[in-house]
Ligand binder design. Structure first.
Ligand code: MG
Length: 415
């Protein structure tokens, strides 16, 4: 007995693979010796889902069977070192599936939402940022305005570059001189200079059209050379962004030390980070402003709550990664932290389509520019396994892999 509650055992661990919106999601279900008591976790690494599923089903399941699900920290630490080699995205996602499920179980056992286990709400709901895109600055401004009218105070703005393939903006209007890629099978190409010029023109237009009240964000998506990224961050300073995201690839993060003294443009980074060896040195030296980790990628709620607390001491706010390849279970985990961490900054918005809401009853609710918890015990979310099975992983030419993005000469660049 623990606090009047009977001791439990883990009786089953399994992965559920489903793609209700065509996005490959990996969910972990941990069952216990109490009838009907189970937990769900997000282990979605959408580009390598089967590697994660194997890690859970073949390696973590036998390690966890019979263990006490109340001992979240002990299970996390022992499972973490159980592979000896560790800290990578596949094993971290597998760990996250287990870890979130254990927090879900503990919340259900305590009859409390996970945010209460983490210290309780310090805000009513999580402000979201929406994604605005368009073919030119005028279209992007219209899109931002539409979100502002819906109640959003934070909007990410991405613009197309005519003739090029850019991240997050939709199709480009092709006018003027078009440089053709050398590789005939290449659908689009990316070149840094036209992109940088277009982004500066975009923010000049947005601020002159929309004023300074709306919080504007932009994601560089690690695509440009570091020195050009530094130039861009400096140019954008006068447009007072809420944050500029992923100016550097993880491989180039030492450039943060060169960027930081040169501009006050707020920097968001780390959706691609996997482990503390990458983020701790940058946090302790206050080299960025928003931590963007993908919760399942760093191992789940247990490491994320420690990371959020560590960031708080250094004035860094949270902006957990929240696109469609975070499952609704992962979004519910994001929200538990958003509501309970003092140093929350903003949450990325994803609109769950009806099929996804049907597969995952209890999805957090989007309303008036905020994400709201349903305040149910645990993570407050369930899965309809029969319905989930009706959405198998779709056929994909590269089995889910991100297709290469190339320069005009055919050189592959970061996605
Ligand atoms: Mg991003």
């Amino acid at each position: 007995m623990a606090n009047g509650l009977p001791r439990l055992k883990i009786t089953d661990v399994k992965t559920i693979l489903t793609a209700p919106n065509g996005i490959r999601l990996v969910i972990v279900k941990v069952e216990t010796s109490e009838a009907g008591l189970y937990g769900l976790g997000c282990a979605t690494f959408t580009q390598r889902p089967m590697a994660v599923a194997t890690s859970v089903d073949e390696y973590l399941k036998p390690f966890l069977m019979g263990k006490d699900p109340d001992r979240i920290e002990d299970i996390y630490q022992s499972a973490f070192v159980s592979s000896y080699w560790r800290n990578g995205p596949v094993l971290n996602n597998a760990l996250s599936g287990i870890d979130m499920a254990l927090w879900d179980i503990k919340g259900k056992r305590a009859n409390m939402p996970v945010y209460d286990l983490l210290g309780g709400k310090c805000r009513e709901a999580a402000p979201l940022y929406a994604h605005a895109g368009g073919r030119d600055p005028e279209e992007v401004a219209d899109s931002v305005r539409k979100y502002m009218e819906e109640g959003y105070r934070h909007v990410r703005a991405q613009v197309s570059v005519p003739g090029y393939s850019v991240y997050g903006a939709g199709g480009g209007k092709v006018t003027g001189k078009i440089w053709k890629p050398l590789s005939p099978e290449q659908k689009g190409a990316f070149e840094p200079t036209p992109y940088v010029n277009a982004v500066i023109r975009l923010f000049d237009h947005l601020r002159s059209e929309l004023g300074n009240e709306v919080e504007l964000l932009h994601d560089v998506h690690e695509r440009i050379p570091p020195i050009q990224a530094i130039g861009l961050a400096k140019e954008l300073e006068k447009y007072r962004l809420f944050f500029l995201e992923d100016v550097f690839a993880p491989e180039d993060i030492e450039y943060l030390r060169i960027l930081r003294p040169q501009t006050s443009t707020p920097i968001a980074i780390s959706e691609l980070f996997n482990n503390m060896c990458e983020y701790v040195p940058m946090i302790k030296d206050r080299l960025f402003d928003f931590i963007r980790c993908h919760l399942s990628q760093i191992g789940g709620i247990s490491p994320a709550k420690k990371l959020a607390s560590f960031c708080e001491f250094f004035g860094i706010r949270t902006a957990w990664h929240g696109p469609g390849d975070v499952s609704p279970v992962g979004h519910a985990a994001n929200l538990a932290l958003d509501l309970s961490c003092y140093n929350f900054g903003v949450q990325e918005r994803h609109v769950f389509r009806q099929e996804t809401q049907d597969v995952f009853p209890g999805c957090p609710e989007l309303r008036d520019g905020y994400l709201w918890s349903n305040d149910k015990p645990g993570l407050g979310i369930d899965i309809d396994e029969e319905l989930a099975a009706k959405f198998p992983f779709p056929e994909h030419p590269f089995n889910g892999a991100w297709p290469p993005v190339r320069k005009l000469d055919g050189t592959v660049i970061r996605p």
